[in-house]
Ligand binder design. Structure first.
Ligand code: AMP
Length: 211
């Protein structure tokens, strides 16, 4: 199953993607995680992407399409993949459609996590993530130990208020048009109300997928 998770930053795509990946037994591919690892390891990709990421701006489509193609083409994704944070622009949606066509694989669903901006600002500015395994936490201070892997929780630079505002602005300008693109092209768009507990949202997501 190839699944795309769409929605604004802070809507819970990462958390829900993790759960769905576990339950469906397929990997979650998060371009944000791939890019953050590249930044930490100071690879050419990381060095090129860092400034845009810190500001909360998108990195160029060709970079994202390269990461996405490599991930979908890998043996780990033979049974499918959950794409978290791709696609974020109409050219990325077109690129994904092209790549899947070349690989002869269908796009099974695009889950759109819907939530109001006011809710997101609070969520993101109160969020910390494990610097090692990337697990997000709500309401835990930077410096706390990650319950999952023992790493240290940090506040992402792009979860600072100014970067959050920029990410939301970019979402509405560059990512929201992807919704219309899937509607126009008959893509398998499924809407999920993303307000509520993790369990409730997961149940809605599973229902939307017919699971
Ligand atoms: P995320 O962890 O999904 O919030 O992504 C963190 C940052 O990585 C974003 O704010 C962008 O700078 C970059 N990024 C991740 N995925 C994409 C994408 N599909 N297109 C452009 N930039 C991306």
């Amino acid at each position: 199953m190839i699944l795309v998770l769409l929605g604004p930053p802070g809507a819970g795509k990462g958390t829900q993607g993790e759960k769905l990946a576990e339950q469906l037994g397929i990997p979650k591919v998060a371009t944000g995680d791939v890019l953050r690892a590249a930044v930490r390891e100071q690879t050419p990709l990381g060095l090129a992407a860092k400034a845009a990421m810190d500001r909360g701006d998108l990195v160029p489509d060709d970079v994202i399409l390269g990461i996405m193609k490599e991930a979908l083409d890998s043996p780990a994704a033979a049974r499918g993949a959950i794409l978290d944070g791709v696609v974020r622009t109409v050219p990325q949606a077109e690129g994904l459609s092209r790549v899947l066509g070349e690989l002869g694989r269908p796009l099974d669903a695009v889950l759109l996590f819907e939530i109001q901006d006011e809710e997101l600002v609070g969520r993101l500015s109160g969020r910390t993530v494990c610097e090692k395994c990337q697990t997000p936490y709500a309401g835990l201070e930077p410096g706390t130990t990650c319950a999952k892997c023992g790493g240290t929780l940090v506040r992402r630079k792009d979860d600072e208020p100014e970067a959050v505002r920029n990410r939301l602005k970019n979402y509405h300008a560059q990512t929201a048009p992807v919704i219309g693109w899937y509607e126009r092209t008959g893509g398998p768009l499924r809407r999920v109300d993303a307000l509520g507990s993790m369990e409730d949202v997961l149940a809605r997501a599973r229902k939307a997928l017919g699971l």
